[in-house]
Design a protein. Structure first.
Length: 364
């Protein structure tokens, strides 16, 4: 029984010793073997490896992949024009010499990056101060990155690393300068916009003036042609009228009468006075509103004048043959020796009554 227990214990001890002696190296790693605190061997090939058990030998794994270092803070850098620029950068690096890397950074990647960042910032400062703003922003940006990479190549070897790539992420002015640049750009854009607006307004006025001139010319030419055509038409119409009236004078007289009636009854207030004893139509002429009959006293008698052909002022009436006028009769005297006004009004109403008055409404 004791022998069996001893065998089991020996097997466990042998297993523990074997596990401490065997280790696997990944293809993404370096294996550094320490022997009593001294770097004994660096294994770069992947696979199952063997070493002495601790504390005789220890192994440390280092990442051999490409690492990225961003600019820890944005510090202003002055150009050759004394302009302050803020540059954000990044670098790609990897471990090439594990022994030197362990000596300088104690196998700590974070420690290596903290020591590498000031070196990169100093390299950018030296390259930016030799160039102008335009060169940094556009024309020589790629050259700046290449020059910084060349500067870092020798210094990176002291850290046991290799600089794979250097990139500028962002180049900008400082906060105060950025605001002033934006204001200047805004004022410049406004000036250009106002200039373009004024130029456009002037061109628009020119175009409108030319269009108005052309419109007036076209209207004048059209009016001239219209008057010409109208004159030719009036001449032809006059010739046709003259020819027609010359053939039939009676028809011409009848047509003129119709035209006169049409002109007379154009207004709804036109009136025609017709004499019932007349067998022919009266001639129409314009007259104004009827005036009261004029009266005169002779030898104590009142005579009322009958409206004549020109007794009117603007209306339309037809004056016919005059009818019989009643003789004037002496009015009886009143108490004061003058003619009685009531008798005078009766005589005026009876003797000076128009023969016949007909109101003709114009055709609708």
């Amino acid at each position: 029984m004791n022998r069996f227990t001893s065998l089991i214990a020996g097997a466990l001890v042998a297993l523990l010793v074997a596990s401490s002696m065997l280790f696997i190296v990944d293809q993404r790693q370096f294996a550094v073997i320490y022997a009593l605190g001294e770097i004994k061997e660096v294994i770069t090939e992947p696979g199952l490896k063997i070493k002495l058990p601790p504390p005789l030998q220890n192994v440390v794994m280092l990442d051999r992949r490409v690492q990225t270092l961003d600019s820890p803070e944005s510090r202003p850098i002055f150009t050759a024009e004394k302009k302050s620029l803020v540059i954000d950068w990044l670098i790609k690096w990897r471990i090439t010499d594990p022994r030197q890397f362990i000596r300088t950074s104690n196998a700590d990647i974070r420690n290596a990056e903290n020591r590498l960042a000031p070196v990169v910032q100093a390299a950018f400062n030296e390259e930016i101060t030799k160039r102008t703003v335009i060169a940094v922003l556009a024309s020589e940006r790629e050259k700046i990155m290449q020059d910084v990479r060349k500067r870092l190549a020798d210094e990176a070897k002291q850290f046991g690393i290799e600089i794979v790539d250097v990139r500028i992420k962002r180049v900008d002015f400082a906060a105060g300068i950025t605001e002033s640049v934006y204001r200047r750009m805004e004022s410049e854009r406004k000036r250009v916009a106002n200039e373009l607006r004024s130029t456009g307004a002037a061109e628009g006025e020119k175009i409108r003036a030319d269009a108005d001139r052309q419109s007036e010319v076209i209207v004048a030419e059209a009016f001239r042609d219209a008057q010409k055509v109208k004159g030719e038409g009036d001449a032809k119409a006059s010739a046709l009228y003259a020819e027609s009236f010359g053939r039939d004078p009676q028809f011409a007289q009848f047509y003129r009468s119709l035209e006169a009636y049409r002109a007379s009854f154009r207004n709804r207030s036109d009136v025609m006075v017709v004499d019932p004893t007349s067998s022919r139509p009266c001639a129409a002429r314009p007259r104004a509103a009827p005036r009261p009959p004029r009266s005169s006293w002779r030898d104590g008698r009142q005579s009322l004048a009958r409206p004549g052909p020109d007794a009117g002022d603007g209306g339309l009436a037809a004056l016919c043959q005059p009818g019989p006028v009643a003789p004037t009769v002496r009015a009886p005297d009143g108490p004061d020796g003058r003619a009685d006004p009531l008798h005078r009004a009766a005589q005026h109403a009876g003797r000076h009554r128009p023969a016949a008055r007909a109101e003709l409404k114009p055709p609708t």
